[in-house]
Design a protein around this ligand. Structure first.
Ligand code: C5P
Length: 226
């Protein structure tokens, strides 16, 4: 049992988990765990240290020794590695691909498990990821599985990257998303599947406000929100 209530927000890349989690954490004034950022930081730290992402034991050692800090700001949470702000560095497409690669290694997941569970502190935690409801917080009183079609997710990412001034191809993004989904769903450790007791929200045709409203109603029905 964790020391505080946890709302899990799991699902594939680009379904809107990050936005929903940030808004739920702000509405409830709860802590926020962006577990994807942890895997991204591990990949980034390995690149910096020249550790091959195929070397499971060495990557797990990097994960165990990780000096990572999440600092909330008005613009969202910033991620610090050994005193350096790596927030934008880890958000690249390559950062996502590296994260997905190290996340498939069992010793790496084991090294990060306790670190994630310790973040469940009063008054509560919003946990954003892939296996929050199935592995990290199996006792959580509310598990949301947020999904959307691959096309809708690629299009959202396309607009996000365009807004950041990056020129990308929509077709390429769609292929990347489909490949990452396939890898996340088929891996033997913590595959991306909804927990048996998760509530699925399909955001394909919903706005961010509508997703927040649906999630808030669920939280109210579980007496986690007033
Ligand atoms: O959510 P985000 O896109 O930042 O996650 C990057 C990658 O990290 C995902 O594609 C997935 O492979 C991995 N991940 C994971 N388990 C989590 C969170 C992320 O395997 N709980």
């Amino acid at each position: 049992m964790s020391a505080a209530p946890v709302i899990c927000v799991d699902g594939p890349s680009g379904a809107g988990k990050g936005t929903l989690s940030l808004r739920l954490a702000a509405a409830l004034d709860w802590h926020l765990l962006d577990s994807g950022a942890l895997y991204r930081v591990v990949g980034f730290a390995c690149r910096q240290a020249g550790v091959s992402l195929d070397n499971s034991d060495a990557v797990a050692e990097v994960a165990r020794a990780l000096d990572v800090d999440f600092r909330p700001t008005d613009a969202g949470v910033t991620v610090w590695l050994s005193g350096e702000d790596v927030t934008s560095a880890i958000r690249s497409e390559e950062g996502g691909a590296d994260a997905s690669q190290v996340a498939a290694l069992e010793p790496v997941r084991a090294a990060l498990l306790l670190r994630q569970q310790e973040l469940a502190r009063p008054p509560g935690l919003i946990a954003d990821g892939r296996d929050m409801g199935t592995v990290v917080f199996p006792e959580a009183p509310l598990k949301i599985f947020l999904t959307a079609s691959a096309e809708a997710r690629a299009e959202r990412r396309f607009h996000q990257l365009q807004g950041m001034g990056e020129s990308v191809s929509l077709a390429r993004l769609l292929t990347d998303i489909q490949q990452r989904d396939a890898r996340d769903q088929s891996r033997s450790v913590s595959p991306l599947v909804p927990a048996e007791d998760a509530i699925v929200i399909d955001s394909t045709a919903l706005t961010a406000d509508e997703v927040l409203q649906a999630a808030s109603e669920l939280a109210k029905s579980r007496k986690l929100m007033s």
